[in-house]
Every structure is written in C-alpha cells, then in structure tokens.
Design a protein around this ligand. Sequence first.
Ligand code: C2E
Ligand code: CA
Ligand code: CA
Ligand code: CA
Length: 276
Amino acid sequence: QARQRYLTSLYYASDLDSHDPAQIAVIGELRNAIDRNQLCLHYQPKIDLTSGEVTGVEALVRWQSPQHGLLYPDKFIPFAEQTDLINPLTYWVVHTATRQVFAWKQRGLDLELSVNISVRNLQNPRLSSEILALARDAGIPLERLFLEVTESAIMTDPFHAIDVLGRLRDVGIRLSLDDFGIGQSSLSYLKNLPFNRLKIDKAFVMDLEEPSNQVIVQGVIAIAHGLGLSVTAEGIEDQEMLERVAGYGCDYGQGYHISKPMPAEQIPDWITRRRR
Ligand code: C2E
Ligand code: CA
Ligand code: CA
Ligand code: CA
C-alpha cells in the first residue's frame, strides 16, 4: 500500500524533457508496464575465470509489451531515464532480483547479484536506504550485491556521485564500474571513487584479435589489480576470447560463449549441466 503510494507519487513527479507525442506515449505505456507486470528479468551468468565456477548473475530487464512485443532495454531505458520512471523501475528490478536470488539460495545456489543503476538513480536521496531495505527484506547479504554504474553516470555530476557511491559503499554494498573504456573514461575515477570491481566493455573484448585492444585490456587489468579492484570481462563470444582474457589474469567473465541472459527458471538447470 505504502509502496504503491510512493510509486504513484514518483510517476506524477516525473518531468519530461520532450513534448514529442510518440515519446510521451511510450513513457505512458512503460509507466503502466510496471504495475501490469509486463517487465521481466533475464539473468546472465558470470564465471570465475580461474575455476570456471559460476559466481553470480547480472539482472537485465526486458519489457513484454502487448503493443510492441519483447523489448530490450536499449529501446526503453533511455525513456525511463528521462523521467523519474527510472526510480520505480530500478526499485522493481532490485526487488524482483533480490527475491529471486534468495529463492535460488534456498535451493542451494548461492549467487552474487549484479544490477544496473542509472545516473538518475544516484540523484534519488532514498536510493541507499531503499536498496538496503530491499536486500534485508529479501535476506541477501549486502556483500553479495553489486551495483553496476557507468562512467557517464559519474561524469554527469562527479562530486555528487562520489558522495552517493561513498554512502552505498559504507553500508557494505559493492560497486562495479560498468562499460569501462567506452565513455569519457578517466583513470582518476578508479583512484577516487569507491569501486570494488571494474567491468571492461565488450567493445574491447569482442575485438581482441586487434593488437591495440590486447594492450588496452592487459593494461586495464594491471591498473585495476594494482588499485585493488577485481575485473570482469563482458562480451566473451568464443573460446579464444575466453582463453585470452583468462590468460591476462582477468578475474571474471560474462558473454554469449558462456551463456546468453536467460529467464530465472532456466538458471538452476544450466548450472547443473555446466557442473557435470
Ligand atoms: P550492459 O550493462 O553493458 O549489459 C551488457 C549487455 O550486453 C546486455 O544487453 C547483454 O545481454 C549483452 N551481452 C552479454 N554478453 C554478450 C556477448 O557475448 N555479446 C554481445 N554482443 N552482447 C552481449 P541488454 O540486456 O540488451 O542490455 C543493454 C543495456 O541496457 C545494459 O548494458 C545496461 O546498460 C542496460 N540495462 C539492462 N538492464 C537494466 C536495468 O535493469 N536498469 C538499467 N538502468 N539499465 C539496464
Ligand atoms: Ca551492466
Ligand atoms: Ca557494456
Ligand atoms: Ca551499458
């Protein structure tokens, strides 16, 4: 009840950047999508590149729209980010994913959870208390929860980002710097911001034939390790890429070669088959 009131208040507090009717229509549909249970999460496994063990999953949102079919986040997250809709959306994602991870835990699967956080979420003064409450209610230890934040989210307002991320980190939530290398990267973020992990963008990983990308990826891994961060490589699409990044000492890997994102119910069987 209280949560519903809160979500409703956010919906109407939204401020549109555009008066484009098509955009307003999509935002209106998306607003309803949360209440009508049209959003769903797919989970992409992440493995430890040394042991091959599955260590966690990243939650990736999809929208099953009656009008437009299955929509991928690139089609609607930008709209949500232009309004306060991204706040109830992220709330829904964290709520749903933490409960799912607890359900897996009860079946004997202990998985780390990564969720994506937008710049606008960092401007929500309740972000850390909400996430804290959701993790506690779901029975997920905070150190099993990773928030993936992009460089562009930090760039928008670095001082504010340092403050908010610092508070999240202080309560024990882990932070991962997402899409590293493709934005307006600055090495000073790695030094000054409280990240635990760095995620090398798939643009570098997918094109590891290219010698300059090999140098960049090896260099990024060395810098991250030197600063005490662990490293995930995303976008691993074949065995050769997997062996290369593992050979460079990268800690974790994600990508279609390991597994595509999949519905929650497929995760336990997938892990069982992999262990065999
Ligand atoms: P991301 O966080 O960089 O996530 C990785 C994207 O790459 C995902 O696309 C994933 O399905 C895809 N991917 C994974 N492995 C491979 C691979 O081997 N090859 C290729 N070509 N692609 C791979 P997806 O699910 O379409 O998500 C796109 C972006 O949407 C994400 O990029 C993230 O920035 C955003 N996003 C997804 N879910 C959420 C969410 O719940 N909240 C927010 N704020 N953003 C989200
Ligand atoms: Ca991500
Ligand atoms: Ca990426
Ligand atoms: Ca991204």
